[in-house]
Design a protein around this ligand. Structure first.
Ligand code: HEC
Length: 133
């Protein structure tokens, strides 16, 4: 790595950290067209099981195994993830899918990490987390 590219990465890192600081106090609103996003295939029981596995592997260490925002890494994040309970019930599947796809601040984008189907499966699963209480 040259010194120049090192400084470039440093600048990018600072930029991202500061955008995180700005983002932290505002509620996360998806663009209006996110509401109309729907899964390309009807989801079945297998998809829910798949969603559970994806959640355990990719989400639980921040969001906690029952979605209460108490995962191992949560404390290290500023802001930490909020509990899904009372937060996601009012949001459409399309909006949740959009948020998982795009990410914001401490929440990574899963656009390249999970396929679209996998993102729908995990949205289906987090719905069941908030229903179980
Ligand atoms: C590195 C930690 C981390 C991981 C991994 C992570 N998240 Fe998040 N997530 C966050 C944080 C922090 C926020 C709050 C972001 C904000 O409001 O700026 C968040 C926000 C969200 C929200 C939006 C809540 C709202 O405000 O409406 C959803 C939905 C979500 N995450 C789902 C997931 C799913 C599903 C996965 C796994 C595929 C996942 N997250 C993985 C940290 C994480």
């Amino acid at each position: 790595m040259t010194l120049r590219s090192f400084y470039c990465s440093l600048c990018l890192w600072l930029l991202f950290s500061f955008s995180g600081v700005i983002a932290q106090n505002t509620a996360w609103t998806a663009p209006p067209n996110a509401d109309s996003l729907t899964s390309p295939i009807p989801l079945r029981t297998e998809d829910l099981q798949q969603g559970a596995l994806i959640y355990k592997k990719n989400c639980a260490f921040c969001h906690g195994s029952s979605g209460k925002g108490d995962g191992m890494a949560a404390k290290a994040l500023n802001p930490p993830p909020k509990s899904f309970h009372g937060l996601i019930e009012q949001q459409s599947d399309g909006v949740l899918f959009w948020k998982v796809t795009e990410g914001r601040a401490g929440m990574p984008s899963f656009k390249d990490k999970l396929s679209a189907l996998e993102r729908w499966q995990v949205v289906l699963y987090i719905r069941t987390l908030v229903q179980s209480e």
